[in-house]
Design a protein around this ligand. Structure first.
Ligand code: NAD
Ligand code: UD1
Length: 339
């Protein structure tokens, strides 16, 4: 496929990897990002990887004039909508900011797309919309019960997109529910660069291994899992973004509303992740078991069958590769893009 794709949030962790996958697949890429949680250096590095730097517009998805200008300058075939705020704890402390950025921002984007006649959209949703599932693996038709303002913003945008698609049946919208993205591009030049204290497991482990933090705190070892620690479906970010290219291909071929999990279908515990990272990095990852993190669930992994059926996509990279690629990025950029 060819054409121009607008990538909102394209300077961020997943968005920057998506730029690489899109350019490799032959698309022209325009990034709109306000850099609130990212660095433009990521896009320069995408250029070094692919030979083409994505066109970059620094702006906010809530800025309608900015969006109108982007759509009038480019004939955009589809939008990959990554832009948003994503920290669960922060969303509890600052709910209005989350509803404004994630929900109002998506509304402004939809209005601008409608005016410009751009009808193909891939939206970054999250497995967090399922809340604490009754059983695993999680299928797309499971009940939705998000437990945080962040999760509720994702569910609200999913609902808005469903209503919009009913009213506009010539649109094609894909709501992708990601499980736990980790890893980095194998070249080690782009990766996850959390600001301040990492909330998620993998970046925290990587910072311990590289010597920036003394030890990992394991949040609970009394869950009903094989070793008592939380179990998640970690998915390599390169697999995840390849899934987006497949989803983009799919939405450009047919109209409708599609809702698809992107996961591997495998559950990995915190202790298993620590061991895998130690093997991949050759570094010790000291840890201490502490109390459960409020709001955490025991077990969460995907049923990835629908993605295989509709998109002919499945994750192919294993846990060792997730850890090796995270380590290569972390070891060569110990302070992220500021290194
Ligand atoms: P990220 O913070 O690295 O990327 C988000 C990007 O959006 C950043 O570059 C940020 O500067 C930009 N942005 C934020 N608000 C904006 C606004 N109002 N206007 C323009 N740009 C704005 O996060 P990520 O991990 O790459 O996540 C991308 C998307 O995937 C998010 O929507 C997130 O909720 C979703 N998601 C992420 C995960 C995960 O674990 N990383 C899991 C499930 C879903
Ligand atoms: C978190 C978010 C979720 C989001 C997902 C992917 C919360 C409550 N949920 O989920 O909304 O969709 O990230 O971005 O924040 N762990 C430790 N020590 C740490 C960090 C994590 O033991 O320092 C454990 C957790 O208890 C969990 C596992 O590691 O069992 C994974 O945690 P994390 O990476 O934060 O992801 P999720 O909990 O799945």
């Amino acid at each position: 496929m060819t054409g121009t794709v607008l990538v909102t949030g394209g300077a961020g962790y997943i968005g920057s990897h998506a730029c690489v996958a899109l350019i490799d697949a032959g698309y022209d890429v325009v990034v709109l990002d306000n850099l609130s949680n990212s660095s433009a250096v990521a896009l320069e590095r995408c250029g070094s990887i692919c030979g083409t730097v994505p066109e970059f517009v620094q702006g906010d998805i809530r800025d309608r004039q900015c969006l109108d200008a982007v759509f009038s300058r480019h004939t955009v075939r589809a939008v990959l909508h990554f832009a948003g705020l994503k920290a669960v704890g922060e969303s509890v402390a600052m709910p209005l900011e989350y509803y404004d950025c994630n929900v109002s921002g998506s509304l402004v984007l939809l209005e601008a797309m409608a005016k410009a006649g751009v009808k193909n959209l891939v939206f970054s949703s999250s497995a967090t919309v399922y809340g604490d599932p009754a059983t695993v693996p999680i299928r797309e038709d499971f009940n939705l019960a998000p437990t945080s303002p962040y999760g509720r913003t994702k569910r609200m945008v999913e609902d808005i997109l469903a209503d919009w698609q009913v009213a506009n049946p010539d649109w094609s919208i894909c709501r992708l529910r990601y499980f736990n993205p980790v890893g980095a591009h194998p070249g080690g030049t782009i990766g996850e660069d959390p600001q301040g204290h990492p909330n998620n497991l993998m970046p925290f482990i990587a910072q311990v291994a590289v010597g920036q933090r003394d030890k990992l705190f394991v949040f609970g070892d009394d869950y009903a899992t094989s070793d008592g620690t939380g179990v998640r479906d970690y998915i390599h970010v390169m697999d995840l973004v390849e899934g987006h290219v497949s989803a983009l291909d799919y939405v450009c071929r047919q109209t409708g509303l599609h809702t698809i999990n992107l996961g591997t279908g495998n559950g990995v515990s915190v202790l298993e992740m620590i061991s895998a990272f130690e093997r991949a990095s050759g570094k010790a990852v000291p840890y201490e078991i502490v109390a459960r993190r409020p709001g955490d669930i025991a077990t969460c992994w995907a049923d990835p069958t629908l993605a295989q059926t509709l998109l002919q996509w499945r994750a192919s990279r294993d846990l060792a590769q997730m850890c090796q690629d995270t380590w290569r990025w972390q070891a060569s950029n110990p302070r992220g893009y500021a290194s």
